[in-house]
Ligand binder design. Structure first.
Ligand code: CO8
Length: 257
């Protein structure tokens, strides 16, 4: 399948999705959203695919939602079409995915990166929520996910001043999991994705659900959810295989069952 605004390729069990609107620094418009929804749904539905990497260009992961598309839309139109609510279909992806960010990840671009399970940043990455300078505010989860990721002080600083955070600051603030040289970004992200793709697939989904639950519930509820899911994994063939492989000192052979 081909997409108007994305390049999608598979490398073994890893899907690589590259946002490709260079003329607008990968600004996210309705077409990009439609393409992302379709590409992520195809990835989630394909049992041969085990991890996905989403990246942009060297200059921009994405410089925000498309200001030119939003310029003419008033409240009634935004509310009526529930503008950009479709990103909830991207965050509903069950299988793991990584954002590999080089250059600008601003506004909706930063928010899209934060929808990923984790972010690997190039040393050139710049994150920001500059929407305030346009008379608006984050609208794709940024005020919520940024605050959960970096805490109130830095989230307020970013949202109220609209300033950019470089990769080193983003790593110190726990917004990104690691920084790599820009030239190695995609290779390093693919390497991480291959490691995840080599894990038992049901366990990968369970681990993702557990960590996500930490963001959405209290500690006692989250710990109970984790324990029950752990108990549930003990009904899988991959659990029997994984533990037998450990005892027999050999690599596991996963069936996803
Ligand atoms: N939207 C539309 N076009 C854009 C965007 C954008 N966000 N960003 C860049 N472009 C376009 C420029 O207009 C320009 O096009 P043209 O050549 O036709 O004039 C082209 O991309 C190249 O950009 P620049 O010439 O500006 O490149 P520079 O290297 O000089 O500057 C910057 C790079 C600093 C990234 C600059 O482009 C910039 O500040 N961009 C806007 C950043 C921004 O404000 N982002 C936030 C947008 S609002 C948002 O994301 C809201 C999310 C919530 C959505 C609502 C959900 C309900």
């Amino acid at each position: 399948m081909s997409y108007e605004t994305l390049l999608v390729e598979t490398r073994g069990a890893v899907t690589l999705v590259t946002v490709n609107r260079p003329q607008a620094l990968n600004a996210l418009n309705s077409q990009v959203l439609a393409d992302l929804i379709a590409a992520f749904a195809a990835y989630d539905a394909d049992p041969a695919q085990r991890c996905l990497v989403l990246t942009g260009s060297e200059k921009a992961f994405a410089a925000g939602a498309d200001i030119k598309e939003m310029q003419a839309k008033g409240f009634a139109q935004m509310f009526g079409e529930n503008f950009f609510a479709g990103f909830e279909r991207v965050t509903a992806t069950r299988k793991p995915w990584i954002a590999a960010v080089s250059g600008y990840a601003l506004g909706g671009g930063c928010e899209l990166a934060m929808m990923a399970d984790f972010i690997i940043a190039a040393d050139t990455a710049k994150f920001g929520q500059p929407e305030i300078k346009l008379g608006v505010a984050p609208g794709m989860g940024g005020s919520q996910r940024l605050t959960r990721a970096v805490g109130k002080a830095k989230a307020m600083d970013m949202c109220l001043t609209g300033r950019m955070m470089d990769a080193a600051e983003a790593e110190r603030a726990s917004l990104v999991s690691r920084i790599v040289p820009a030239a190695d970004l995609v290779a390093e992200a693919l390497k991480a994705a291959e490691a995840i793709a080599g894990m038992p697939p049901l366990a990968a989904i369970a681990n993702k659900e557990m960590v996500n639950t930490a963001f959405e519930t209290g500690l006692a509820t989250g710990i109970l959810f984790e324990r029950r899911l752990f108990h549930g994994l003990c009904a899988t063939a991959d659990k029997a295989e994984g533990m037998a492989a450990f005892v027999e000192k050999r690599p596991g052979n996963w069936t996803g069952k």
